[in-house]
Design a protein. Structure first.
Length: 74
């Protein structure tokens, strides 16, 4: 499992930040939100997932991922 920081965003403002362990960035976002996620697109309310690792990001393996929630929280 990898460590991630999941930030709930409104535009460029961070509303909440969470630390979570997951196998993949989208799983980290889903754990925090409790709903399915998809790629951000141009959504105003979105989720930024930052991989907390010592390895530098590359073009093929970015360290920051952007998602949006699909559906509503229970």
């Amino acid at each position: 499992m990898r460590a991630y920081r999941v930030e709930e965003m409104d535009g460029e403002t961070v509303l909440a930040s969470h630390a979570v362990e997951a196998m993949a960035p989208f799983e980290a976002a889903q754990k925090v939100l409790g709903v399915q996620v998809t790629l951000r697109g141009d959504a105003d309310k979105w989720i930024r997932v930052v991989e907390l690792t010592d390895r530098p990001p590359t073009r093929l393996r970015p360290g920051v991922f952007e998602f949006r929630a699909v559906g509503r929280r229970s």
